[in-house]
Design a protein around this ligand. Sequence first.
Ligand SMILES: Cc1ncc(COP(=O)(O)O)c(C=O)c1O
Length: 414
Amino acid sequence: MNAPEPAVLTQVMNATQRAMPHVMNTYGRLPFALSHGRGAWVWDTEGRKYLDGLGGIAVNTLGHAHPKLVPALQDQIGKLIHSSNYYQVPLQEELAAKLCELSGLSAAFFCHSGLEANEGALKIARKYGHDKGVARPEVIVYEKAFHGRSIATLSATGNAKVQKGFEPLVEGFVRVPLNDLAAIDAVARSNPNGVAVFLETIQGEGGVNPSRSDYLQGLRQRCDEHGWLLMLDEVQCGIGRTGKWFAFQWAGVQPDVMPLAKGLGSGVPIGAIVVGLKAVNVLGPGNHGTTFGGNPLAMRAGVETLRIMEEDGLLAHAATVGQVLHDALTAGLAGLPGVKEIRGAGLMIGIELDRPCGVILGRAAEAGLLISVTADSVIRLVPPLILSADEALQMAAILCPIVAAFLAEASSPA
Ligand SMILES: Cc1ncc(COP(=O)(O)O)c(C=O)c1O
């Protein structure tokens, strides 16, 4: 096949495509590249410095070039990067045991990303249903949820933009609004095929929407009553981000299945499905597997991330600095009528405006701050957990005037 005319290609290329012509055009990217980082700061290839309010989207738990993590990873790379799951991998056991200790759950399976952890969770839900004689198992999922971009996880996702063009969607999902126990009870009454409830403890991509504690407690009770699995996606909100190891721990409940990823490896790709007793024997040999999952490098990153977090008291730190950031944002944005709500927990904060605000992403970067905008109108901050209180104040000092100027541009929502 002939290659398309270069002139035709050039016409449709934006600045990033011109800079990266051989990479598929699947992301809207800002026009710079990061070259290195230290702590909560990163530098681009032109030497500009940014305060990192994004942390690789809730990934760089320990920030950049952490002095304890770097030598540990170097040591591991020099020993063994990958080992097939044909053999025992002691680091898998070490990380699984630690995750079980921290969560109160019973066992873990390792993979590499959030969507993969969620795919595995959905397989567990279906198999759990089949094992108890439900031939067409259905999983309760949520409006505004985000679980990933594979065919099954985008089907579970509650966002038409993510799903559009990839139909037919996977069947077997029933959708409900968040924080509405009556909707769950209605499903229980009308649907005999329910096997699991699957939600993010705090919705991330959907706009930083927390599940209320009483709602999670109500879900736990209903899951027990109906024999369903409670599956809490902690891919974004887990691993200390909210000031506890897992966000569900604020509600004093325990899930049966917990997908993890993002922050667990502090930047090294990793995912995990952690399960409790109700789900521990659902998958057996031959039911699930992956070539790269649980490789020694990713496992070492997980083990060291959790060890350093404990050693450096990062849970309490995330809660304290999160409060400093929340307070500074509240003070800095006070009185601006376009600010609807500042919400979240610990270092997972969303600022909801009354209008789409995607342009703030670029403006913040120009001012030396990396952030994201999600659900069109929610500015999201998910910085490294090593962020200092002073850096949190700097973050608010950069961001608040940008938000104020943006809101002043148009007096009413677009
Ligand atoms: C809650 C949640 N689940 C799953 C995913 C998908 O993770 P990944 O991008 O690693 O596939 C994300 C990603 O943003 C997420 O926030």
